[in-house]
Design a protein around this ligand. Sequence first.
Ligand SMILES: [Zn+2]
Length: 480
Amino acid sequence: MTQKTHVTTTIPYVNARPHVGFALELAQADAIARYHRLVGHDTRLQTGTDENALKNVVAASERGISPEELVSQNSGLFRALVEALNVSADDFVRTSEQRHTTAVEYFWLSLKQDDIYQDSYSATYCIGCEDFLLEQDLVEGRCPDHGTVPEEVHEQNYFFRLSAYQDKLDRLISTNEITVFPETRKNEILAFIRRGLHDISISRTAERAGGWGITVPGDPSQVVYVWTDALINYLTGPGLGASNDWQEWWNDDMLKIHAIGKNVWKFHAIYWPAFLLSATLSIPNQIVIHGFLTENGRKISKSLGNAIDPLGCINEYGADAVRYYLLRMLPPFIDSDFQTERLRLVYNTDLANDLGNLVSRLTTLCVRAGYRRYHGEDAPQAPAGYHEALGACLFDQALDTLWSIVAETNKDIEWAAPWNAIKSGQHKSIHSRLHAWLGELYRVGYWLAPFMPTTAKAIQAAIREYPIQSSAPLFPRKAL
Ligand SMILES: [Zn+2]
């Protein structure tokens, strides 16, 4: 039976434009999905936008437009980024869609009856986080992430008995039944669970939500808490509640992988599996947690003024170059800095010089030496360490294995100086060398597909072309 794999990104709030941090998550999730496809798995990649957040209501009213208008405009920007970055998404879920409401209602009604109860409470709520903050979380009375004073909330809500799942969650995470990448986050999650899990509120009063959001089934006075609502998007794509075959893309036999940011592991590694257990649905197998990005040394700003626009970078350098930079130059799990100067440098060195030159010099050598057709296997062996690196979501290390081949091959060509043989009319004498070098380049082109799909295809096509022709530069140099 073919292995099935379901890969997802988180669904960002659409109260602002997409930033490079989300581009990183898209690139990682797409590399995972494309890798699984490359090794023959039946793979589905899903992304989307989270549109039912209270903060969308706030952002819309600040701009004097309706929440519907705001979410449609901004959702379009996120979809444009998905396309521009050449992310192979099979589905884009907007949580304002009817199919999502259907899934949320179905899910809510699937939760174990004993796990839901009503209670009133008082707490402080940060609308930026869309989460409750405890006294100890605050810095001088403010949310440390948003710098705002959280609002006092007193209301009657539905609660979920998260406390009942503490031992089960501990076991799932510690035995790697849910594998968390990286290991350091696994330890952080386990420590959080072992401090004791409290029951959580999973609804809001419809009044405080300003009428925005999904109504709790059977209780029009309440809307589903936006995080509960958002998590269920992972099942909206497969068609939960809407079709009979949603289990085709959400079952125990398949691999379910969530790519997320470090600020949302509590929701994905704790709340989400607990909800799924309560609803007797399959739990995810892997949670891949990336770090945060700064931009040119500064905290990512939501204001347009000095924010790096990922679409602008893609327009200037192309999707593959931006994907390469995100996946090779930024360590996958820790915080790092997105630098536009470094992107330009890396474009010129790694792409124009190392890879691009190799492709054009090799194809040119083929033309000059009368080597017309490449005979080699269609699916060459991956370089040593490549599968291991991708199995651990170490995208940078997987790319290292490919760039080692590029460097070695370039060095080998320099050393062999085949142009001397061509000058002295000994064309045939270098054909076996050309064959070996093309084989190495083809191997790079083949296994590059998860990271740089367009370049991978171009390299393979250049080598497979008959007769082989001098290839135009894949990455024309940029002036520094
Ligand atoms: Zn906050």
